[in-house]
Write a protein that binds this ligand. Sequence first.
Ligand code: MCA
Ligand code: AMP
Length: 502
Amino acid sequence: MSTSGLYATLFEPHTSNSKAFLVLDDGRSLSFREFLKLARSIAGVLQRHGVVPGDRVAVQATKSAEALAIYAACARLGAALLPLNTSYTSDELAYLLGNAEPRVFVCDPTDAEQLEPVARSAGSTVLTLDANGAGTLIDAIDPDRPAPDVVPRDDDDLAAILYTSGTTGKPKGAMLTNRNLISNAQVLTALWQFTDNDVLLHALPIFHTHGLFVAMNVALASGATVRFMQTFNPDVIIEEMPRATTMMGVPTFYTRLLAHDGFDQDVAGHMRLFVSGSAPLLAETHKEFEVRTGLRILERYGMTETNMITSNPYKGERRAGTVGMPLEGVEVSITDPVSGTPLDQGARGMIEVRGPNVFAGYWRMPEKTAEEKRGNGFFITGDLGEIDGDGYLSIVGRAKDLIISGGYNIYPKEIELILDDMPNVIESAVVGVPHADMGEGVIAVLAASNGVDVAQIEAQIKTMVAGFKRPRRFYVVESLPRNTMGKVQKNALRDQFGDAFS
Ligand code: MCA
Ligand code: AMP
């Protein structure tokens, strides 16, 4: 594995590469060379705004070549990229910026005025970037100035911070090192046999591990061309597929493609690889996909804190309902969820992971890090699993209270704390129930007194949390079901309201 840092490993080799790297929605295409020139210019702007190695650069911007170039610019400067979901509200951003204290915060020009005070109190300078790749970040480029030098980075130096919420309390910043990102990129590129002949359909957001690190780092490591789409639109995917060789997506991408009459073997049959992850791919989706296209989706498993952990084989059997085997260099252990003792092969238990992919810890939260990462290096995922006799891991449940909707994570606690504070709400429970399109959909059950105004609650929560986290159905009950220990029985609520989206 390379030890010379992210920029030197993934970006610098392409400095003179004139092959198409990003093919954009408007038909424009950017070569690797042009992309890196843009990244050098952006690095210059960031440096002039005081960014030094180790600083954080936060970005809440619509997907564009320029937004992606900030990632390369940070790698060049030895700064840590902090990508932010574009649907985060100003309340959510205030916490994240306050916690990370980035030197620069890049946001959409339409949000800049409103977010300026939040950024200022976090000590950040605001620069703007819009959906067309224009803004003060780009206006500040000075073509006459030489680009900043590449800052050499060690394996353990920070490359990015990605915030992930938790079952209690506030979001935590997962610190990802150069080693974490490089090792995963190299292992996945080899395993999935990516080469510079590949054309990857990329319709994922670039503020999460899947779209940014799994997809883009593999493309960079292999020199593949990326059809870089701002949003997922099945019509566009189907139109572009004849010119592509691979796609990566969340399960919703695949169920939406299968719901499209125009998606068939003629369109997809030539593709060499479809990868799915971030949420469980139903075995029936896997099978329906094979019937329709003659191809088997390759499912893999990962987390923000660990990058990718396991993958189904490229050449061997891709087993529906499993997430495959540990990646090269990665150890998976199944342990007793209470005692942490490793269990015998075949037993169900907590999935723990150790390897060069596992993050350094949570930003400025050593106590949270210690709760989830053992002294021996194993990270406790909160997912429950079992490994069959052939070594395939299946995820059989979650020990953490988490909803995954369309590949986005929603931690019920975060929403319950808000709902509990609403007028006339005594207490609340937020649960995920089956949703044909998103896998799980979010509902809220409120134990409330007379006079509770659900419409008002819905309107208020809209201003407080990102749209994907918002409960889409509300139910008022007299009291929440509890077990003898007094714990709210979420399973009973899932049963009772399981048809909320049918
Ligand atoms: C959008 N909406 C959602 C979701 N996405 N609601 C619930 N769950 C969602 N995932 C809501 C919006 O708030 C909005 O509602 C309405 O749907 C339309 O928004 P739009 O953006 O147009 O939606 P869409 O285009 O239909 O988006 C669905 C999507 C998207 C394409 C499936 O959610 C998506 O790109 N998901 C991928 C997420 C991802 O990359 N996850 C990887 C995490 P309103 O207007 O009322 O607000 S990384 C990870 O998990 C690990 C490491 C791993 O293993 O990969
Ligand atoms: P995140 O916090 O966004 O990194 O989400 C990580 C979580 O997504 C994991 O802990 C799993 O619960 C879930 N996940 C990722 N990939 C898969 C998969 N292929 N099957 C089931 N769950 C998955």
